[in-house]
Design a protein around this ligand. Structure first.
Ligand SMILES: *Cc1c(COP(=O)(O)O)cnc(C)c1O
Length: 372
């Protein structure tokens, strides 16, 4: 039978099963239990932050962080237009308006030079997204934020383990959010985490994720909160994954280097970069067609699918999606309009062998040969 290559597969090759069994045997299956604390402690140790707070997914992590930073109805929050929809939606959940920014052509991340033109008296903060695993150029962004009194949240859903000038992603902004969905660097099935060095933000997030209950007074709710908790079972999986975090990160990088090895000479393609100040964790290996149309890109994807190779298109930019398209004009985003039409992610998971990547690359080249 022909081998099939999905875009992503979680790799659960550590103590995950043992720890989950421990939860079941001990009946600690809900949102209390020792794995929650162990996972949170391990996570903030890894990210080099004071706090890590678990929650139900990466989207609720963003919502919690925005609320803790005081985002309210009528506020504006600056975000990159090239991101997963959760970044924009979380801003909307607060009744605030996302304001979109075009990307840098090489890293595909938010372009710091375009941010100040979009700051208004209503701007409360900036969410940066380390897209596909490459860190955002944080220094200019932190400078802008300081100058204008804004918060910075790192949406680090795709970048656990990445580094910026030797600092861990997740430790640079005022807070950072992570997703632990099945295709992320490490997974808990569904799950999220928020890191911060700010005691007040951490305390506010813990309050809001547990229905707003006063930690000193049971069934007393000083604010309207949410049930955004992670379960001990999820944390058990996550703790098992975190024990092998270096392996998980190294595999993504290994796979990306193999794609680079077999594709970098192909003048028809652009590959992800790694700036000299960055450690890119290559959450998703990617290719962008240098020429052609969105139809050509889609044709390549269909042809690869027929060869058993699953790909996925780059995210549609936020400024094109129906709930957000009225906010800004399409012409404002020339860089993202091009890369989102011509980019795709290719199979990126830790158990791909060199032979697998070689086979995928050979097929990519053959399909490109067929493009006229
Ligand atoms: C995956 C992802 C999220 C959302 O995470 P979920 O756990 O699926 O809610 C948010 N932002 C970005 C950039 C993501 O890639």
């Amino acid at each position: 039978m022909k081998k099939r290559y999905p875009i992503a597969i979680p790799v659960l090759n550590g103590n995950e099963k043992k720890y989950v069994t421990d939860c079941l045997d001990s009946t600690w299956i809900s949102s209390n239990g020792s794995y929650i604390e162990r996972f949170e402690q391990g996570f903030c140790d890894f990210c080099d932050t004071k706090h890590a707070i678990s929650c139900s997914n990466g989207t609720t992590a963003l919502h919690l962080a925005l609320m803790a930073h005081g985002v309210e109805r009528g506020d504006e929050v600056i975000i990159p237009t090239l991101t997963f929809v959760a970044t924009a939606n979380a801003v909307n959940y607060c009744g605030a308006t996302p304001v979109f920014i075009d990307s840098e052509p090489d890293t595909w991340n938010i372009n710091p030079e375009l941010i100040e033109t979009k700051i208004t008296p209503r701007t409360k903060g900036i969410i940066v997204v380390h897209i596909y695993g490459h860190p955002v150029n944080m220094d200019p962004i932190m400078d802008i934020a300081q100058k204008h009194g804004l918060f910075v949240i790192e949406d680090a859903a795709e970048a656990l383990g990445a580094e910026y000038k030797g600092k861990m992603i997740g430790s640079i902004g005022h807070s950072a959010t992570f997703s632990l969905f099945g295709n992320k660097i490490i997974t808990t099935g569904e799950g999220g985490m928020i890191t911060t060095n700010d005691d007040r933000i951490a305390q506010q997030i813990r309050l809001l994720k547990g229905q707003g209950q006063d930690p000193q007074k049971r069934y007393w709710f000083p604010v309207i909160g949410y049930n955004y908790r992670m379960t001990n079972i999820q944390a058990a999986v996550g703790y098992g994954q975190l024990e092998n975090i270096d392996w998980h990160v190294d595999q993504r990088i290994r796979v990306a280097k193999l794609y680079e090895q077999y594709l970098q000479d192909d003048v028809r393609l652009t590959l992800p970069v790694q700036k000299d100040w960055a450690r890119n964790v290559f959450w998703m290996s990617s290719i962008i067609l240098n020429k052609g149309t969105v139809q050509d890109r889609d044709h390549v994807m269909i042809q690869l699918k027929e060869r058993g190779i699953e790909t996925r298109p780059f995210f549609y930019p936020m400024h094109m999606l129906p709930p957000y398209k009225k906010l800004q004009k399409e012409e404002e985003f020339p860089v993202v309009n091009r890369i989102s039409a011509l980019g795709m992610n290719v199979p990126s998971y830790g158990t791909l062998s060199e032979e697998d990547v070689k086979f995928i690359c050979m097929n990519i080249k053959e399909v490109l040969d067929g493009l006229v």
